[in-house]
Design a protein around this ligand. Structure first.
Ligand SMILES: CC(C)(COP(=O)(O)OP(=O)(O)OC[C@H]1O[C@@H](n2cnc3c(N)ncnc32)[C@H](O)[C@@H]1OP(=O)(O)O)[C@@H](O)C(=O)NCCC(=O)NCCS
Length: 209
């Protein structure tokens, strides 16, 4: 199996036919991992697909991966959720490709929103970190009741409640579009010096005119 045989793209309304399959895939994987998961109905997943808020990975007609986004707190936040890769297609770099496409979708549709995800998955934490997400306490995430109500179907919901929604088994990770650039994206100081010198000369010439 080669990742080049798989198409990762924004979902189209006709992809909603895969909603049942996606729900089962997410549920079966959560059972296998023994972790909690916010349960979603096929209707909910279909609505995300039809609303242009999801990403699919397809091998021919076969759906092999999925994720979706949703905005919260009147658009201040957008969550990336429901990441799943078919067990037969894991370790090919597919989650990385889906994550990156989902991130692109979130930035495109909600350019000013903070992007977050809550997860117990080490691979997901790794991928999030590479994209510039930082681990945060839940207090930094949306306080939109509707988002947290999504956790009600999770088997760890009592832990979240006991902690007054401040923490749970999931780690919160946040990408803030306003955060400073990573060190390697700062301008090169030598280039800055050259640019400043040129600007100074141009400025003096302008004054001399
Ligand atoms: C987690 C999951 C999405 C990863 O999918 P994948 O396509 O196999 O992941 P990738 O091949 O893109 O790998 C991404 C990175 O995670 C690592 N990784 C993947 N599976 C891993 C595992 N089980 N344990 C540790 N690391 C793992 C890979 O080595 C890779 O790291 P690298 O780039 O440093 O080599 C997939 O296993 C899955 O669907 N699991 C069940 C659902 C789930 O946990 N979803 C997340 C809920 S928030």
């Amino acid at each position: 199996m080669n990742i080049n045989d798989i198409t990762v793209r924004f979902a189209r309304p006709e992809d909603a036919v895969h909603a049942d399959f996606i729900v089962n895939l997410i549920y079966e994987s959560a059972l296998q991992r023994g972790t909690g998961i916010a349960k979603r109905s096929p209707e909910y997943i279909a609505a995300k697909i039809e609303g242009g808020k999801s990403v699919v990975a397809l091998h021919g007609d076969r759906l092999v991966g999925f994720s979706y986004i949703e905005s919260w707190g009147h658009g201040d936040f957008v969550a990336t959720s429901g990441l799943i890769v078919d067990p037969e297609y894991r370790h090919l770099g597919l989650a990385a490709a889906i994550k990156s496409k989902t991130f692109e979708l979130a930035r495109m549709r909600f350019p000013f929103a903070k992007i977050f995800s809550i997860t117990t998955s080490l691979p997901v934490m790794k991928l999030n970190s590479r994209m510039g997400y930082k681990p945060v306490t839940f207090s930094e995430l949306t306080d939109d009741e509707e988002f947290w109500r999504g956790c009600e179907g999770c088997r760890n919901y009592d832990i979240l409640q006991r902690n007054n929604r401040r923490m749970c088994l999931c780690t919160g990770m946040l990408f803030d579009p306003k955060q400073p650039l990573p060190a390697d994206e700062h301008p090169n100081p030598y280039l800055m010096k050259v640019r400043n010198s040129i600007n100074k000369v141009l400025h003096r010439r302008k004054l001399a005119r």
